[in-house]
Design a protein around this ligand. Structure first.
Ligand code: T4K
Length: 374
């Protein structure tokens, strides 16, 4: 273990505490703590504005938002999805009594491979749930074409895709719904939090009803099986404060991303992942793939970095399809998922977050490069 300060895969952005005090004072004065209070409303409006989307419904976390998005989609049967994601993606299907059907990923983007989707469609298929993995956009146009041809809904797990844009604007405009996570480890965080992006007023109203126990606007009629998905005023206020500095946070991430790319390019056996479609990236993660040209296995490198006090993560290993909850599904067979299986055994996500110093980035690079020479 190194005597230097540990380097984590991510650290949340925290504005100076004194800047948060006036927000707390306002909450204390108004004594409105939750249930769609003033900060909640202000954050929804500010996020619509910043992200360039029509409607946002805030949630207590991204998983609740995924669960409600699928409920709002009002589907049954099978949903095509990726095995290369966080477990919450697939859990949200099962909680809605939907059957996940895993389709392999594209080796460049590590997102659901559109060329493999049609072969997995059956009469029971009702939707596609792709993930913009690491904030790199899916092939949204190819997915839309397939969905339209087969009459399928598209619900994007956009947990990583805060602020990502393509040439047409926000990546969150695609699909029927997109779901964000504002967890502490994300580019933009409200400690815990999440949101559903929708495109029309009626859908937003339905989602807002579902996240508030199913209550209609009269506050007494309950016609839907809703849940409690609300975000509290403290979380919303923190989000508003953090949004002020988001530009600088994204810029700092970009600088780190560029430094890694520049310096890791010279190390044999280490491949950096490129986003293909984004005009504005968010640099949410910095995944690298370790292949046979590198002297250590991925797991040996992971351990080597840990011994040096560098705590990386193997997002997303093991594959969701290998977890005991899903491994019995026919589509979970590794033979059906060769790219995802290979990538899950090669990936390491390196530290990237605002405040990670140039020196710390160089420490990570040196540790990878030294181990590569051993
Ligand atoms: N869909 C996708 C594609 C997702 O990636 C996620 C969540 C979801 C849906 C569900 O959204 P939420 O319901 O979570 O909003 C993390 C997060 O818990 C999870 O939100 C995230 N994806 C997933 C990819 O990663 P861990 O197990 O890596 O977290 P943890 O606690 O090990 O933290 C990693 C590092 O971050 C630590 O080494 C130190 C640092 N850290 C973490 C926390 C929580 C801090 O410095 N402060 C903190 O408060 O799961």
């Amino acid at each position: 273990m190194s005597d230097k300060e540990p380097i984590f895969v991510t650290r949340p952005v925290l504005p100076p505490l004194e800047e948060f005090i006036p927000y707390l004072q306002e909450i204390w004065d108004a004594r409105i703590l939750t249930n769609g209070g003033p900060y909640h409303q202000r954050l929804e409006a500010a996020l619509c504005d910043f992200l360039g989307v029509a409607h946002i419904s805030l949630f207590g976390n991204g998983t609740q938002a995924l669960l409600t998005a699928l409920q709002a989609a009002d589907i049954d049967g099978e949903v095509i999805t990726t095995p290369y994601s966080f477990i919450a993606t697939t859990h949200s299907l099962l909680w809605n009594q939907l059957k996940p059907v895993f389709v392999d990923i594209d080796p460049q983007t590590l997102n659901l491979d559109p060329a493999r989707i049609e072969a997995a469609i059956t009469p029971a298929t009702k939707a596609i749930m792709p993930v913009h993995c690491y904030g790199h956009p899916c092939d949204v146009h190819a997915i839309r074409t397939i969905a339209d041809k087969h009459g399928l809904k598209v619900i994007y797990d956009a947990a990583h895709a805060f602020g990502v844009q393509d040439a047409q604007g926000s990546i969150l405009k695609y699909g029927d719904l997109s779901v964000l996570s504002f967890h502490a480890t994300k580019v933009f965080n409200t400690f815990e939090g999440g949101a559903i992006v929708s495109h029309d007023k009626e859908t937003k109203q339905r989602i807002d009803q579902l996240k508030n126990f199913g209550f209609e606007r009269d506050g007494s009629t309950v016609a839907l099986l809703g849940t409690n998905g609300k975000l509290s005023e403290i979380h919303a206020a923190f989000g508003l404060l953090q949004l002020k500095d988001i530009g600088s946070a994204l810029q700092q991430r970009q600088v780190i991303d560029q430094r890694y790319r520049q310096k890791l390019a010279a190390i044999p056996g280490v491949t950096c992942i490129e986003g293909l479609n984004e005009s504005t990236a968010n640099y949410a993660y910095f995944p690298i793939l370790i292949d046979e040209a590198y002297p250590l296995s991925r797991d040996a490198l992971f351990q080597h970095l840990q011994d040096k006090g560098i705590y990386t993560r193997r997002y997303f290993y093991p594959l969701i399809s290998n977890s005991p909850v899903y491994c019995e599904l026919p589509s979970a067979d590794a033979a059906n998922l060769p790219v995802a299986t290979r990538v899950a055994n090669q990936v390491i996500c390196l530290p990237i977050y605002p405040g990670l110093s140039e020196e710390q980035v160089d420490t990570v690079i040196a540790a990878i490069s030294e181990a590569g020479r051993a």
